[in-house]
Design a protein around this ligand. Structure first.
Ligand code: B16
Ligand code: MG
Length: 218
């Protein structure tokens, strides 16, 4: 018999790779403050809120700024980031995502977004996926960032599901911890060593097989 379950997807690193655009905008900001910011350092910002990302960046550059200046830089960073987002099309949906969503739709399984990004609704619109999600929880809806489970608990509520019946797809360790704390099944997308706390790990969305999904839902 089929179980009543809901799926919850993180956005950046699972549905699309917006990390590359975040990186360009943060690097420009770092350069304007007189220091460099590498792609390796950018890994520290994945899944992290915008405000916390700036704190980490300023820490890397050993720069101290007034609250007013920080607010200004956050707006500037987002302005540049949105320029990249506005060029996005469905071509940027990561391989395997469309097939997975179609599988869920065919099996009448509802799915939600659970992202730290305040730009998540716009990004889903740009890539043409907005209408397919039953619910969207983004950075505007939460007061506590991952690894706090708030974002996924709100997602479960919006799907009308018990948290134990939800399955989360996440590329960031903080997101895996959030899903685990919410007592959801956690599926890590990325490096198995980094995401070792996840219940299952796949190197990318394309690696998830239909057999695995059938086992999950049956
Ligand atoms: P915004 P996710 C996260 O998205 C990104 O991974 C992270 O790098 C970013 O700082 C955060 O969203 C906030 O994004 O500036 O658009 O509000 O992985 O939670 O989907
Ligand atoms: Mg992510």
């Amino acid at each position: 018999m089929k179980k009543e379950i809901g799926f919850i997807f993180d956005l950046d690193g699972v549905i699309v790779d917006t990390a590359k655009y975040h990186y360009l905008a943060w690097r420009n900001l770092a350069n304007s403050l007189g220091f460099d910011f590498t792609e390796e350092q950018n890994e520290q910002l994945k899944g992290v809120s915008r405000v916390k990302s700036l704190e980490i960046l300023l820490n890397i550059g050993k720069v101290t700024l007034s609250e007013e200046k920080k607010q200004f830089l956050l707006l500037e960073k987002n302005k540049e980031y949105l320029e990249y987002v506005n060029t996005m099309t469905s071509d940027e949906i990561l391989p395997g995502v469309n097939q997975l969503l179609t599988f869920l739709e065919t099996n009448n399984i509802k799915f939600a977004l659970g992202s730290a990004s305040k730009n998540a609704p716009l990004i889903l619109e740009k890539v043409g996926l907005y209408q397919r999600f039953t619910a969207i929880v983004d950075g505007n809806d939460v007061s506590k960032a991952k690894p706090n489970p708030e974002v996924f608990l709100i997602g479960a509520k919006k799907l009308n599901m018990n948290p134990e019946n939800c399955i989360v797809f996440e590329d960031a360790i903080a997101g895996i911890q959030a899903a685990n704390t919410a007592k959801m099944i956690s599926i890590g997308i990325g490096d198995a060593d980094v995401l070792s706390e996840a219940n299952y790990v796949f190197k990318n969305m394309e690696a998830i097989t239909t057999d695995f999904l059938k086992n999950l839902i049956n």
